[in-house]
Design a protein around this ligand. Structure first.
Ligand code: GRF
Length: 197
């Protein structure tokens, strides 16, 4: 185990969770460094934000690199080139093929805006509101073959208020995501440190 971990962050959109991870690493709250931010979409807003932090960015455009397993193999190749110890999915809107899951088993985390196993998939906050739950939240879990499934590392609960809209609930859950994901990644590296011989 090296002195500091190397983290690759995968995004498809605005990248606010990526920013919270980078800030926590830069502030010394996680014993790791962000070594690459990769997106499947060249226009992902988060790529610009990563570049502002001075982090190398990479794009593997899923519209250009097909089929899925070929795309995932290309992503794996990039992550291996950067010698990442941990992959953080942060709003990475892709189903993963076995090449990704097997390569990074127990070394890939995802954040999802619900208390899994409730409400996997898209629009989790809307699903929670429509179901009428009184407590929503977010989950950081290890990634396995199924979408939004795998061993849970941390969860945070967020009460649903009587006048919540999808937007207001999503905003409060996102605030908790920005706290939870850095905590989970810090735990991951602390765990490696204490179990490494
Ligand atoms: C977050 O709600 C995350 O839980 C989900 O996708 C959203 C990504 O937001 N997987 P951002 O790109 O991190 O701002």
């Amino acid at each position: 185990m090296r002195e500091r971990g190397r983290v690759g962050i995968l995004i498809s959109g605005r990248g606010s969770n990526m920013v919270s991870l980078v800030e926590a690493m830069r502030a010394g709250r996680i014993a790791a460094d962000p070594v690459v931010v990769l997106s499947n979409l060249p226009a992902a807003e988060g790529l610009r934000r990563a570049a502002e932090f001075g982090i190398p960015t990479e794009v593997v455009d899923h519209k250009e690199v097909k089929p899925r397993r070929t795309h995932d193999a290309a992503v794996v190749a990039v992550l291996k080139r950067y010698e990442v110890d941990l992959v953080c999915l942060a709003g990475y809107m892709r189903l993963l093929s076995p090449v990704m899951v097997d390569t990074f088993r127990a070394r890939m985390l995802n954040i999802h805006p619900s208390l899994l196993p409730a409400f996997p998939g898209l629009d989790a906050q809307r699903q929670a509101l429509e179901y009428g739950v009184k407590v929503a939240g977010c989950t950081v879990h290890f990634v396995d073959e199924k979408c939004d499934r795998g061993p849970i590392l941390l969860q945070a609960a967020v009460p649903v208020l009587g006048d919540d809209t999808e937007a207001s609930l999503s905003r409060r859950i996102l605030e908790q995501e920005h706290v939870l994901y850095p905590q989970a990644v810090a735990l991951f590296f602390e765990g490696l440190r204490t179990t490494a011989v």
